[in-house]
Design a protein around this ligand. Sequence first.
Ligand SMILES: Cc1cc2nc3c(=O)[nH]c(=O)nc-3n(C[C@H](O)[C@H](O)[C@H](O)COP(=O)(O)O)c2cc1C
Length: 422
Amino acid sequence: MNFNNEEREIILTRYDDMNQRQIPLYPLRDLSVEFCGLQLENPFLLSAAPSTDELSMAARGLEAGWAGLILKTTSMPGTKVDLAYPMISGLDWEDKRLLGMGNIDLISRYHIDEVTERVRILKKQFPTKLIGASIMGSKKEDWQTLVSRLENAGVDLIECSFSCPQGNIGEDPGKMLAQSEHAAEITARWVKEAGNKVPVLIKITPQVTDIVKIAAAIKRAGADGITASNSMPALMGVDIHSFAPMPNLDGQSTYSGLTGPAIKPITLRTIAEIAKNVDIPISGNGGASNWRDAVEFMAVGAENVQICTAVMHYGFRIIDDLTSGLSHYLAEMEFASVREIIGKALPNIVDHDSLRRKDVKCRIHIDSCIGCELCFVACRDGGHEAIELRDASRIPLLREEKCEGCGLCKQVCPVDGCIEIR
Ligand SMILES: Cc1cc2nc3c(=O)[nH]c(=O)nc-3n(C[C@H](O)[C@H](O)[C@H](O)COP(=O)(O)O)c2cc1C
């Protein structure tokens, strides 16, 4: 069927009532981004995890449309990788499954010989995709051998796991490399000494006192970028009858790495702090599940977004939602490219002292109120005792003179738009 231009315009756009304009319905925006000199077809990468640990799975992920991947962390031949199962546990909240996911996984069982072979195969099969590999060593020669072997195999990017307790160089056993400025700096220097063909990213942990100092040390060492960040050390739960911690391995367990939506705010803070203070490219990782999260990661300074838990939960096909959602968003916001989003929120993140001080009050739209009393209870016992109930009814009444505009009532209200802060 042939359409003239006017018809095509009507078909491909919808009218946005709020802003009174036509907006595109199927906008196909160019999502390509450049990262450390590498061209990506979109900003979405599969992060080092089980989804990239088998050649067949990695290939399926790339076929599905991911711009690239980081193969699960590999090591020198002979490195013992002694897994314990079950390794996954979940953080549920009421009827919501996997708000966060915990794992006690280790690095890949596949050593460097196998991984270099995979890099060759994937590079041949997917020449335009980013084929990255993650490494972890325990001494200088290991790190350097891993780097040169991967470079020789034709890898596009090397990510160094400095957020693995096993990767320590012996200065403080049990501590991750990225928890020490000194260890992070010298190890990153070794890696850069050994490799000069492809960009090297250092994958850090958010669990440090001062992330800016760690990022600055990594930059001083000459690394090309930072992956911010990895899972968050956590204890996933305890069975209150058997007192077995989670995941339960015959009544015992150990600390997990928490991933998924629960850690998104921590990752956003980590990326933002680095982006505001250290001039180094950032690959955002930790808690992104959809295109909106990805936009937030980029708005605070990430140049691309790596995803693991959402893929483990919903499969490789989420890439379709990620790319179409981002494409529509760019069109709706009239951004010409992904690059325009990067860092856009950073000027709005300020010190507490610089925040504006203004008289704000909450406003309750009674016509939307369902009488659940949640705002009343929250304000009474956690706010400023500013909400009362009208007589015997369940309709809240605001005592303006007591309201500080803290926002708690709006957060507990189950009806969108019923309470606003003015
Ligand atoms: C089961 C599992 C295994 C993982 N293995 C590795 C690994 O070998 N190397 C690594 O750098 N990160 C590893 N990660 C961390 C992920 O790459 C990613 O940093 C983390 O899951 C946070 O991202 P997400 O919230 O999108 O899952 C693993 C994560 C999970 C869930």
